[in-house]
Design a protein around this ligand. Structure first.
Ligand SMILES: [Zn+2]
Ligand SMILES: [Zn+2]
Ligand SMILES: [Zn+2]
Length: 475
């Protein structure tokens, strides 16, 4: 049966968009009222919201490029590894990490724990359940696959390869936030959660912290590249700390920018629509967390700096029980026939999941990493970051042999973006990280005409809602 496409009037669309900004789900009497106001049926409103959510998730996948960041001069306080040291560098972006001994392809250069991290608010709202401290996914691999597939009867083979230990999970006894272990609960409590624990006010929309989070969600849709809660955790960490200066020093290692650059970053993070609302966020932030020891973070300039710091240094974190299970399955020593069967099963599973959930698979958040944030960008990187332990521990792995003295570079672009023309690559780098790349690849291509690559031109047009409606209703 072919459905009739609804053609919305511009004023109806405008109002629907306004409502969507406020909330992604419209139900009950609110939906009845809105439909009546707009002279639409309730079903039309319902379907529009369904489609709008799909479109919004699609946008979030498309831009899911790993959020690696930095520029400015950074002084790592301590290197966890003796294999690397940092140099004062003349480059425009970061500061530079250099190998102090030969590193082989595939070798782990270092494993780093963030000084602070947080799951993205929308990600959490969408039932991507993760440890509130280390971001370890809390669902079993099977539950994870079931949710992403929308199929609660899926059974995964080799369940013993799933590393999720529900018996170790813990709640904050006051606010019921979940942790993967007693250690995470304890660490969070000692570092920042004493200040941020909502206790019985967890669901109270008038609590200052809830107001702050709500305001952030309304301004900052997926793809989230940063979270206001990362900033809240920084403040809470200092507030709770005995040695406040040590923490302030730790955070001050991350880049600082000129006022103009900070403006640009704020603009980029909040988008055109909301760039003027930084002041609102600042007021809510102050209401929730003001501390006289940190008064400069609450001034308009200080808050903008904090915002820019998190925006440019926040490294994206992605964790997944399913991918941990897949890695464990890959490592199994199986007879050939069983191996082929399992591989085919996994391939099909990913295809089916992609159909249902796109590439939006992980528990996502961001964190501040001292060493990683010293790594400069290259369009032909010799190292990459990953999160193979299903938590916030960042692994930097060599993509090729790196000789002693050579700079270790990661790419702030994903692999598709790296294939684009020099012009396209630098457009992205300038917009997101405010620098122009002078890596060997960019230098070699310096004489190429200033054209954007083909893929840049396509995909700009928005899919209209009518098309999406068919996609949706046919499911
Ligand atoms: Zn944890
Ligand atoms: Zn709590
Ligand atoms: Zn380059």
């Amino acid at each position: 049966m072919k459905r009739v496409r609804t053609v919305f009037k511009p004023e109806q669309l405008e109002r629907l968009e306004q409502e969507f900004l406020k909330q992604q789900y419209m139900v009950g009497t609110e939906r009845v009222d809105l439909a009546a106001t707009l002279h639409l049926t309730e079903t039309q409103v319902k379907v529009w919201f369904q489609n709008r959510r799909i479109k919004w998730r699609k946008q979030s996948m498309e831009q899911k490029a790993a959020k690696l960041s930095q520029f400015g001069v950074i002084q790592p306080a301590s290197a966890d590894s003796t294999d690397i040291k940092d140099h004062e560098e003349d480059t425009v972006d970061g500061k530079g990490l250099f190998a102090t001994k030969n590193i082989r392809k595939g070798e782990t250069v270092f494993v780093e724990r963030p000084v602070v991290s947080s799951q993205f608010l929308w990600n959490a709202l969408y039932n991507y359940r993760a440890c509130d401290h280390c971001l370890r996914a809390l669902e079993s691999a099977e539950e994870n696959a079931q949710r992403l597939l929308g199929n609660s009867s899926l059974v995964l083979p080799h369940p013993e390869q799933c590393g999720i230990r529900k018996d170790l999970h813990q709640q904050c006894p006051r606010c019921q936030v979940m942790y993967c272990s007693a250690e995470c609960r304890q660490t969070a409590w000692e570092q920042y959660h004493r200040i941020l624990c909502l206790g019985p006010s967890r669901d109270d929309p008038t609590h200052p912290l809830n107001k702050l989070q709500e305001a952030w969600r309304n301004m900052h849709y997926p793809p989230e590249t940063s979270s206001i809660m990362l900033m809240a955790r920084m403040v809470a960490t200092v507030k709770q700390a005995k040695d406040k200066e040590a923490w302030i020093k730790t955070f001050s290692q991350f880049c600082s920018k000129t006022a103009n650059e900070e403006e640009e970053i704020v603009h980029k993070l909040l988008g055109d629509k909301f760039k003027g609302q930084l002041e609102l966020l600042r007021l809510l932030f102050s209401e929730a967390l003001y501390d006289e020891h940190l008064s400069r973070w609450f001034t308009p300039e200080g808050f903008r700096s904090l915002f820019a710091l998190v925006g440019t240094n926040g490294q994206g974190i992605g964790t997944s029980s399913l991918s941990q299970w897949v890695h464990a399955c890959d490592a199994l020593d199986l007879p050939m026939l069983q191996r082929e069967e399992l591989d085919a099963f996994i391939d099909q599973l990913y295809k089916d999941i992609e159909k249902e959930s796109g590439e939006f698979l992980n528990c996502e958040g961001s964190g501040l990493y001292v060493l990683q944030s010293c790594c400069n960008h290259s369009c032909i990187p010799n190292a990459e970051t990953s999160f193979p332990e299903n938590n916030f521990l960042l692994h930097l792995t060599a993509l090729e042999d790196i000789e002693a003295g050579e700079e270790i570079c990661i790419s702030y672009l994903d692999c598709c973006q790296r294939e684009r023309s020099r012009h396209s690559r630098n457009k992205i780098l300038r917009e997101n990280y405010l620098f122009t790349c002078s890596c060997p690849k960019c230098l070699a291509q310096a004489d190429d005409a200033d054209v954007t690559s083909d893929e840049e031109e396509e995909g700009e047009g928005e899919t209209d809602d009518a098309e999406l409606e068919d996609e949706m209703t046919d499911v």
